[in-house]
Each structure stands twice: as structure tokens, then as C-alpha cells.
Design a protein around this ligand. Structure first.
Ligand code: CP3
Length: 368
């Protein structure tokens, strides 16, 4: 196949491992599928070597680099899904904001939104093909290069998480600048959340057209909201995204599972399980059995081992995994961590996690 053909989103290799897609549909395969948030990341020496000296967002804009970084963890571990290397902050960039990745500090917006007038600085209509076409090309290229080994997950940040970055200008422990907007400027907050929702819907549809086989929406800052604020400023937008994306699938007869990961939103488990998502991602603070009870079998679930459990000796990882599998059961379940891998984690322990999920779940399914 020539290089040109690799960026045309058609004639993709046939999928060989559908355990992830089966689990997302609520079914059971011959083992429980597993992947890790941030599986393409700094815990891998080959990742650090490849990224060395290059600007983070420049890397995101290179389809070849994104493809290589997405494939790296698959060469080491028997992950059952890949997630495209990119970042949630490419959406604020597409809306006209400057975002830099500053070493030692993380993502930084030199000119964050301060007051509602600042919304005028944003593009209200975004041509996603023009502004985010590089992500679509990365997805298409990667989908070809994965050669059907596992499905490729696309993703986006959720409106509230992106709004909080756009106002805070970077990471924050209190998110008080962004939360101030919710109390002082509720109308402008809703306007911004709506603008983000519209862009996100087009962005996700573009990812599917490019070849993404599942979609995850990261509401990483859900925990900073209380139940009432979540209900007003997060949930309606999350649900609207899934509803609108799925509505458009009907037209094209596509079926792409959608995962919602609202970190620390324990209080919203019931509501999320009744939303338009097929899979609810869980952080490690939720007990597997109570998560199953509270979602009442309406959705598949994904998660939720404490990432820090990977610091334990390998034998302990195996026991923790078994307990987690017993809690969730093997049907309609995707094993993952409760949040992303940290840069100081030992790749061998990540391997032990993946291996333990496969080994224990095969036994459990056989013994049924
Ligand atoms: O492997 C994967 O999960 C796919 C790639 C991915 C990245 N970011 C790559 C990345 C994904 C899914 C994200 C999502 C993302 N980005 C989220 C949501 C998930 C979460 O963690 O809650 C958030 C909040 C961001 C914003 C962001 N980007 C942060 C907070 C950081 C870390 C900054 C730091 O210095 O620690 C980034 C940078 C980033 N995105 C890295 C990677 C691998 C590390 C920096 C690097 O490669 O130089």
C-alpha cells in the first residue's frame, strides 16, 4: 500500500480481536479486554526517547508521530484496544486559543478567558476538518497501521473539563476561577458549554469518519463539581454529545460505542447509566459491586484499579486484579485503571496488570 492510500479512510484491515467491542456491547468474549488510560505515555522509555526535544503540540499535529506513539504500547503488551495519541486541549486550540505544554508545569494558556466578554475571542463555528484534520489523518493512518490487531479508540475532553482549562489557564487544585463563572455568570457558562458541545459533536463524528471504532469522553474535572452543579453544568452536555453523535450514526448506519469517564462523579453513577453512553468509566474510589448495583446492568463498565496499585510487587497486582474481576464479573466489563498511568510507573508492572486480567478472566469464564 502506498503512503497516500494510508490516509484514505477506507479498506481498513479486518479486525482480529473484538473482545473490547463485545464487552462494550454488554457481551462476553473469551477473556476480559484491557487497556490503560495514558498507555501511550512517559512511563515507556521509547516514548520519552521519541518525544525528546520535540514540542508536545507539534507532535500532536504530526499524523506519523501520533501513529508511532499509539503503536508503541501495543508492541510491548497484549492490550485489547489502542487509544489515539493526541490531547483534549486541541479543541480549545481549534476554537482560537493559544495552548502551550510547558515542561514541569503542564498545559498553559497564556491568555485564559477571564470575563464573559472574552467569549467573543472564540470561534463560534469551527471547521473541524480544517482545524483538527491532523487528528483525523492520524486516526486513519493508525487504523491502517494497526493492521486490525485491536480496535482504535478516539476521544475528546468534555465541555466542563475544557471550560475549566480555558478559564484557569492550566492545572488548578481548586478550579475556583472556573467555578466562579458557574455562580457569577451562569448564562455565559452555559453559552460556552454549548459552544464546546457543538464543536465536540462534529469533532467526534470526524474521528469516526476517519476510522475511530469507539469514542471516550473525558470529564476529568467532574469531581470538582458537586451533585447539583454536575447536574446543571456537566451531565446535560455529556448526554447531548452522545445523543447527537448517535443520532447521526443512524443516518450512516454506524455503530460506535461511546464511553463516558466522569472522574470522581460517584454521585452521578445512576444518571450516567441512564444516559446515551453504552459504557461508564469508573475511577478507583468506586467499589466494583456497588457500581454494578447502581448501574443496574444498564451499561457496560470500565475501570477501575487504583493506578498506584501498580507500585506494588507483581504478585500483589495479580491478587488485586482478581478481586476486581470478581467484583465486576466478566460480562460487559472492560478492565482499565481508575485514571491514567503515571510517568514513574514500571512498564513491567503494566505488563503484569494486562497479563493478570487475561489469565484470571479466562479461568473465570471457563469455570462458569
Ligand atoms: O495514551 C493515551 O491515553 C492517549 C493520549 C492522551 C494524552 N492526553 C496524551 C498526553 C489522552 C487520552 C490525553 C487526555 C488528556 N489530556 C486529559 C484527560 C485524561 C485525564 O488525564 O484526565 C487531560 C486532563 C489532558 C491535559 C493534559 N495533557 C495534562 C494534564 C497533561 C500532563 C502534563 C504534565 O506535564 O504532566 C498533558 C500532556 C500529555 N498528554 C502527555 C501525554 C502522553 C504527557 C506529556 C508529554 O508527552 O510530553
Amino acid at each position: 500500500m502506498s503512503k497516500g492510500e494510508l490516509i484514505i479512510p477506507q479498506d481498513f484491515p479486518v479486525l482480529q480481536n473484538d473482545t473490547f467491542l463485545k464487552a462494550a456491547r454488554g457481551e462476553e468474549g473469551h477473556h476480559v479486554p484491557v487497556w490503560c488510560m495514558r498507555q501511550a505515555g512517559r512511563y515507556l522509555p521509547e516514548f520519552r526517547e521519541f518525544r525528546a526535544g520535540k514540542d508536545f503540540f507539534e507532535t500532536c499535529r504530526s499524523p506519523e508521530a501520533c501513529c508511532e506513539l499509539t503503536l508503541q504500547p501495543l508492541r510491548r503488551f497484549a492490550f485489547d484496544a489502542a487509544i489515539i495519541f493526541s490531547d483534549i486541549l486541541v479543541v480549545p486550540q481549534a476554537m482560537g486559543m493559544d495552548v502551550q505544554m510547558v515542561a514541569g508545569k503542564g498545559p498553559t494558556f497564556p491568555e485564559p478567558l477571564k470575563e464573559p466578554e472574552d467569549l467573543q475571542r472564540l470561534r463560534s463555528k469551527v471547521d473541524v476538518d480544517k482545524e483538527l484534520g491532523y487528528v483525523f489523518r492520524a486516526i486513519t493512518l493508525t487504523r491502517h497501521k494497526i493492521q486490525g490487531k485491536v480496535p482504535l479508540i478516539g476521544f475528546t475532553g468534555a465541555p466542563w473539563t475544557l471550560m475549566s482549562y480555558m478559564i484557569e489557564g492550566g492545572g488548578s487544585s481548586t478550579h475556583s476561577k472556573a467555578k466562579r463563572w458557574l455562580y457569577q455568570h451562569p448564562e455565559a457558562s452555559h453559552m460556552l458549554l454549548k459552544m464546546l458541545t457543538d464543536v465536540i459533536v462534529e469533532y467526534l463524528l470526524g474521528q469516526v469518519a476517519a476510522g475511530a471504532q469507539a469514542l471516550q469522553v473525558f470529564e476529568s474535572h467532574a469531581g470538582i463539581l458537586g451533585p447539583l452543579q454536575f447536574q446543571e453544568f456537566s451531565l446535560p452536555y455529556l448526554d447531548d454529545i452522545a445523543r447527537r453523535v448517535k443520532e447521526r450514526f443512524k443516518e450512516t448506519q454506524q455503530e460506535v460505542p461511546m464511553i463516558v469517564f466522569a472522574k470522581d462523579a460517584h454521585y452521578a453513577l445512576e444518571a450516567l447509566s441512564q444516559s446515551h453512553y453504552q459504557v461508564v468509566g469508573l475511577d478507583w474510589t468506586i467499589d466494583p459491586r456497588s457500581a454494578r448495583d447502581r448501574t443496574a446492568g444498564k451499561v457496560s463498565v470500565q475501570g477501575n484499579m487504583d493506578p498506584c496499585a501498580l507500585y506494588a510487587p507483581k504478585e500483589c497486582i495479580s491478587d488485586t486484579v482478581r478481586t476486581m474481576l470478581e467484583g465486576f464479573g466478566t460480562r460487559g466489563y472492560i478492565a482499565n485503571l481508575g485514571h491514567g498511568l503515571y510517568p514513574d510507573m514500571d512498564p513491567e508492572h503494566v505488563g503484569a496488570f494486562v497479563e493478570a486480567v487475561h489469565r484470571h478472566s479466562k479461568l473465570m469464564i471457563k469455570q462458569k
